[in-house]
Design a protein around this ligand. Structure first.
Ligand SMILES: Cc1cc2nc3c(=O)[nH]c(=O)nc-3n(C[C@H](O)[C@H](O)[C@H](O)COP(=O)(O)O)c2cc1C
Length: 411
């Protein structure tokens, strides 16, 4: 008997061989076959119909792919160029192996962490992701309710489709606000003042996108979408902000969303303007970590935007050690990119990260089942992480250190 997956594969193989096909591209075709974030070694479950049926976070991706229009799924799934950095984020974890210790009492493990003055239930935070109403009608509100219910930090994107005030109320604890600084200081200042007045204690400045990006997979998926997208999406910043409440009542005449002129000067200006702590998101090198310290930055998120900025080919977990070495514990280092398993989280903490952020996994949960999906994604990752703590013989996060990982390129 031939199941429908086999049918689909045969059909796609036929398409790939067809001279009529104008859309084929290696990344696009591979992803249609395997799932955009697929790992070939993870068996795919049949489609789940409720959050509690999920065995691991990948189960939500399958549902999200089916639930979303192709253009929206493509926006979520895309990397840049050949999606090599997207894959490197996952593959990088295999470079590090865990060294568990035995005969330690782990009847009680405490995964809680302290981060810039707050205590959180575990080291898992929701990374900033724009336009969440493209994935579920409740968008950021559902993600915030889920993170609040589970006691996890959330970082809200500048491109949020719900206001910072509403999202703060939905979460119930001070969330962090992520800033795309635009090319106009007046707008930057207005965004910062609004986030501060709302009660955000930390501003996360994303610094990895001022050069623009080449999201080919997103464009290929969009071509397969037969809906009339221009009813929601119009070109330019004016089009982008139509459903983005952070830009309400701001005069955007002549304003560009990103600026290739962005330099360290913006760090100084932001620090002079606000009382919030400042975290830089998107650093990948020791040199930039050292400059961050020199400029009085309060924290770093090692990130390549989930493989959506430049095609460096380097996974973030591989960038982490040089940044931790440069920082020497003076400010907290967080990391995101490809975190899908509790063991990934354990490795990052062992290499010196204070916390990790997830992007796509909670967006899959959101697209699949709204708030309940995000909650279940967090439950699964927390459960896997706590299990790994027990296996490794650590009862609290502060006990996780470099002795628990082996870098197989060095040995
Ligand atoms: C759909 C989507 C939208 C995103 N939007 C933003 C954003 O508005 N601001 C930002 O700093 N990063 C954004 N990111 C990057 C995430 O914050 C994070 O760096 C990345 O998703 C982590 O990788 P992961 O998806 O493999 O977990 C976005 C990522 C995705 C997938």
């Amino acid at each position: 008997m031939i199941d429908c997956t086999t049918h689909r594969r045969r059909f796609l193989k036929f398409l790939a061989g067809s001279p009529l096909l104008v859309l084929s591209g290696p990344a696009w075709f591979e992803e249609l076959l395997e799932g955009a974030d697929a790992q070939s070694d993870v068996p795919r479950s049949p489609r789940i119909t409720a959050p509690n049926e999920a065995i691991n976070v990948f189960d939500f991706e399958t549902v999200a792919r089916e639930a979303l229009p192709p253009a929206h799924f493509g926006y979520m799934a895309t990397g840049v160029d050949d999606d090599a950095t997207l894959r490197a984020n996952r593959e990088g974890f295999s470079r590090f192996q865990i060294r568990p210790r035995r005969l330690v009492d782990v009847s009680h493990v405490d995964p809680s962490i302290q981060l810039l003055g707050s205590t959180w239930k575990s080291p898992i935070a929701l990374a900033p992701a724009g336009s969440q109403r493209a994935f579920h009608p409740d968008g950021e509100m559902a993600a915030a309710r889920a993170a609040g219910a589970k006691g996890q930090l959330m970082i809200l994107s500048t491109g949020t489709t719900a206001s910072v005030e509403d999202v703060l109320a939905a979460h119930g604890r001070p969330i962090w606000f992520q800033l795309y600084p635009t090319d106009t200081w007046r707008i930057t200042q207005a965004l910062v003042k609004r986030a501060e007045a709302a009660g955000c204690p930390v501003l996360v400045l994303t610094v990895d996108l001022p050069a623009g990006r080449n999201t080919e997979t997103e464009r290929r998926f969009a071509r397969t979408d037969t809906r009339q997208c221009s009813s929601c999406h119009q070109p330019g910043l004016q089009g982008y902000v139509r459903r983005k409440p952070m830009f309400d009542r701001l005069d955007l005449t002549g304003v560009g969303f990103s600026s290739p002129r962005l330099t360290w000067d913006v760090v100084r200006r932001l620090k002079d303007t606000m009382k919030m702590k400042l975290v830089l998101k998107g650093l990948e090198t020791r040199e930039d970590a050292e400059l961050s310290l020199r400029h009085g930055v309060d924290g770093i998120i090692v990130s390549n935007h989930g493989g959506r900025a430049e095609e460096s080919g380097r996974g973030t977990i591989e960038c982490l050690p040089e940044i931790v070495d440069a920082v020497q514990g003076r400010i907290p280092v967080l990391i995101d990119g490809g975190f899908r398993r509790g063991t990934d989280i354990f490795k990052a903490l062992a290499l010196g990260a204070r916390a990790i952020c997830i992007g796509r996994p909670y967006l899959w949960g959101l697209a699949a089942f709204g708030q309940a999906g995000v909650e279940r994604v967090l439950e699964i990752l927390n459960r896997e992480f706590e299990l790994m703590m027990r296996h490794a013989g650590v009862a609290s996060v502060s006990k996780i250190n470099r002795s628990f990982v082996l870098d197989n390129r060095r040995t």
